[in-house]
Design a protein around this ligand. Structure first.
Ligand code: ADP
Length: 329
């Protein structure tokens, strides 16, 4: 059976981008076809300015949302990264495998560091080394596949490079993983600025649909989405990115498949936006409802995370021990 690993960062509330680009596929496909682990990667949330109480709250909320979205603890392992020491242990060995040059080339680092400096802030060293920790998350489990949105492709490529380099230097230790993406919706764009992705860590609220947004809020955000001055509805990701984004979201939310075919059924932006709003409201409704039930049952969520961490630890420990032996420790 294939081993799958993926995660979400508790740096903010989960978004429609996280859901469409990653979580939906984990729920509908990955947990059924593979030996899958899903992780709330809380150590990664320390790479930027953070508030301890908020981080704790968001980690818990992320875990509850993943359960609410349909991850089934009988079918997959759900856990919190910091509950399993092996991630940090392995990360150090991989820091001794990666080079500073390849870390500085990471696009996300360059963008996030530039944003941080623009705000007059300083950049945590961990923002630079973040992809190494992500490589450790993946390699500690002998992962074959990493189901992620498009934005993580470069990080998974780095993970592959590190695995190959380590294996060449010290003997075969790690499985070399590959990224997988959903056919449609691998990059959901911000509704107010379709040139940037809908990311929970950005502060452009009106362009981001959160999984826990009330139906009225979802409708308002979708109806105000930036499109362009054209009138006809066509699917053109380069020339009409705002429109293409809405069509992608509609295709995924309704299970219609091909966004280009959907375009043919619309003669106005208004009608399209109304259908997108309805479809997203319906897509998120069961997740919000189940989340409310889980909030009322914290002991259940705690139990799932405790059992998940135990199972994860048992899988990671032998791999990480082997890596330590391989380097001569
Ligand atoms: P964020 O950028 O929202 O903080 P994370 O780093 O926690 O996201 O990523 C969780 C998963 O969601 C990853 O697989 C990532 O590729 C995916 N993802 C994040 N934003 C989007 C988006 N706008 N469109 C598609 N997938 C996304």
């Amino acid at each position: 059976m294939k081993r799958i690993f993926s995660g979400v960062k508790p740096t903010g509330h989960l978004t429609l981008g996280n859901y469409i680009g990653a979580v939906r596929k984990w729920v509908e496909e990955d947990q059924h076809r593979a030996d899958a682990l899903f992780c709330v990667v809380d150590l990664h949330a320390l790479t930027v300015d953070h508030d301890p109480a908020r981080l704790r709250r968001l980690s818990r909320q992320a875990a509850s949302l993943l359960l609410a979205a349909g991850l089934d603890p009988e079918r997959c392992v759900l856990f919190v990264q910091s509950h399993v020491d092996e991630h940090a242990r392995l990360s150090y060995l991989l820091e001794c495998t990666a080079t500073d040059g390849e870390m500085r080339r990471m696009v996300q680092y360059k963008e996030k560091a530039a944003r941080e400096r623009e705000r007059g802030g300083s950049v945590r060293l961990s923002l630079l080394t973040y992809p190494v920790l992500m490589a450790a998350d993946i390699l500690a489990y002998g992962t074959d596949e990493v189901p992620v949105g498009d934005d993580q492709t470069q990080h998974v490529e780095l993970t592959r490079d590190l695995a190959v380099r380590f294996n060449q230097r010290y003997g075969h230790t790690f499985t070399v993983p590959r990224a997988t993406h959903p056919a449609v919706g691998a990059r959901v764009m911000n509704l107010q600025d379709p040139s940037v992705k809908m990311g929970k860590s950005d502060d452009t609220g009106p362009g981001i649909v959160y999984l826990l947004d009330e139906p009225d809020t979802v409708r308002r955000k979708v109806m105000r989405a930036v499109t362009d001055s054209g009138r006809d509805v066509v699917y053109d990701r380069e020339g009409r990115p705002g429109l293409a984004n809405l069509l992608d979201v509609l295709a995924v939310s309704t299970g219609a498949g091909d966004p280009a075919e959907l375009a043919a059924g619309y003669s106005s932006y208004g009608a399209l936006k109304r259908d997108v709003a309805d479809a997203v409201v319906e897509l998120l409704r069961p997740v919000r409802e189940r989340h409310a039930e889980l909030v009322a049952d914290p002991a259940y969520v705690d139990g799932v995370l405790r059992a998940g961490a135990e199972r994860a630890r048992a899988l990671a420990r032998p791999v990480v021990d082997r890596a330590y032996r391989a380097v001569g420790l």
